[in-house]
Unconditional design. Structure first.
Length: 450
């Protein structure tokens, strides 16, 4: 889930026992009579591959991310999926734009501000501001004890100078570390800048500011495979199964020296489910509706992959979205359970549970409403457009100490329970895949920040 959700507080309202072996049961005559089952061997192999050190944490725009995408495309090829209509292959390539701040000089009342007390968000190639300009920039102040919502200013639509009181030094440093990595946007950013200064300044002051910024395109790719439906009359009733394959990449080394954030649970587990479900439904071979299997890029840095994908579809032609996010550990409700975000927003969850009658598995409503998980994953874009798009998860996120750390490794996962969750998703999705069930639409909501 999104790393931006970790930046809490003043400036931080930005756009969230190990199983080491899997025993694979041979199919008995009784088992084969009820059709295919989710392959535990596929689950173990795929999650171990995605979370291996040689994937380098699958960082957005990094070599490990490209390697993961190519591996997943190979899996879709192996299973026998088809590319989307009009696509040459499984990789859905698109670009985002990275703004990286350059040097900046700030002088307030004749005194130069230290470099550690200044940061820039976006901006043109070069800019110069003074308080004597005919049209001075807008000035925003953050006083002691005050909280500010600066998220929109990180993608500015006008030149802005923000003066942050020195009592907010800790939060300032957190935000500065984030901005130094560069910010991404779906389109080329407009030629405006936000300069944020940590200082105590009088009500009236003079300033001279000069700085620069560089913008470069970053090529990303979703991986999309299609299992065509068997009923031509339902060709515009797509069902989406998705997870995001990106994670944090290489990060600051831990005390033990590990610098690879492997992202085994977040979200190699969900992406593995997408592969295993594609294999399951391909073998079942009776879906009336088209099934789209998607591994999204760039969820951790703003959901750009799901946003791009959503723009390629008419939302009215999507009847449901199963977004799978962090299913590698036992849920708070115990084994053979998972929760569904936004459970109350449609009858999606109730329909799924109806297909599990007689099994030990149950879906529960999201137990963490304060975490706002419904809008923290890749289901959010289509949900805002009215699609019954929900995330399925088992993560106990308020207490998960491995979340967004270098210790999110395969050894921390319960692969037996994870396989059971994927099997339950497969069984519960049969009604929607076959056209026998159609979940109610979600009330569309305005687009905006998380």
């Amino acid at each position: 889930m999104k790393n931006l959700m970790l930046l809490a507080g003043l400036l931080l309202a930005l756009p969230a026992a190990a199983q080491t072996k899997i025993k694979v049961k041979t199919k008995t005559k009784a088992a084969s009579s009820i059709g295919p089952v989710v392959s535990a061997a596929t689950v173990a192999r795929v999650v171990r591959t995605l979370a291996a050190d040689d994937m380098q944490g699958r960082g957005t725009g990094q070599p490990g991310g490209l390697k993961a995408a190519q591996f997943l495309a190979g899996e879709f090829q192996r299973i026998g999926l088809q590319p989307m209509a009009g696509a040459a292959g499984f990789e859905q390539v698109f670009s985002v734009y990275k703004s990286r701040p350059g040097p900046v000089t700030v002088v307030v009342n004749g005194q130069r501000i230290g470099a550690g007390q200044v940061m820039v968000a976006s901006g043109p190639a070069a800019f110069t501001w003074t308080s004597e300009d005919a049209k001075p920039v807008e000035v925003v102040r953050v006083a002691p004890g005050e909280k500010a919502r600066l998220g929109p200013l990180l993608h500015p639509t006008a030149n802005t100078l923000v003066i942050v009181d020195t009592t907010h030094a800790k939060e300032f440093v957190q935000l500065a570390n984030y901005l130094r990595q560069g910010t991404l946007s779906a389109v080329i950013p407009p030629p405006f800048a936000t300069v944020i200064v940590l200082a105590t300044a009088p009500e009236k002051f003079t300033y001279r500011i000069g700085g620069s910024s560089a913008v470069q395109p970053v090529e990303l790719r979703n991986v999309v495979g299609v299992l065509p439906g068997h009923d031509p009359q339902r060709s515009r009733e797509n069902v989406v199964f998705s997870g995001h394959y990106d994670h944090l990449g290489v990060v600051k080394p831990s005390a033990a020296g590990d610098s690879i954030a492997n992202g085994a649970d977040d979200d190699a587990s969900g992406t593995t489910a997408v592969v295993a479900l594609a294999e399951y439904f391909k073998q079942k071979n009776d879906n009336a509706r088209p099934l789209l299997f998607v591994a999204f890029a760039a969820e951790e840095v703003g959901g750009f992959g799901s946003q791009y994908f959503s723009n390629q579809l008419d939302p009215r032609a999507v009847v449901a979205m199963f977004n799978i996010e962090m299913i590698g550990k036992v849920a708070k409700f115990g084994p053979n359970t998972a929760f569904i975000t936004g459970y109350e927003r449609s009858d999606f969850g109730a329909l799924l549970q109806a297909n599990l009658v007689g099994s030990q598995f149950r879906f529960e409503p999201d137990p963490y409403p304060k975490q706002n998980l419904f809008y923290r994953s890749d289901n959010a874009t289509l949900a805002r457009l009215g699609v019954p798009a929900h995330s399925i998860s088992t993560d106990q996120i308020p207490t998960d100490k491995l979340y967004h750390s270098v210790d999110d490794e395969v050894e921390s996962l319960d692969l037996v329970n994870m396989t059971a969750v994927i099997q339950a998703i497969a069984q519960s999705a049969r009604g929607i895949a076959s056209g026998r069930q159609t979940p109610t639409r979600i009330a569309p909501e305005p687009t905006g920040g998380k």
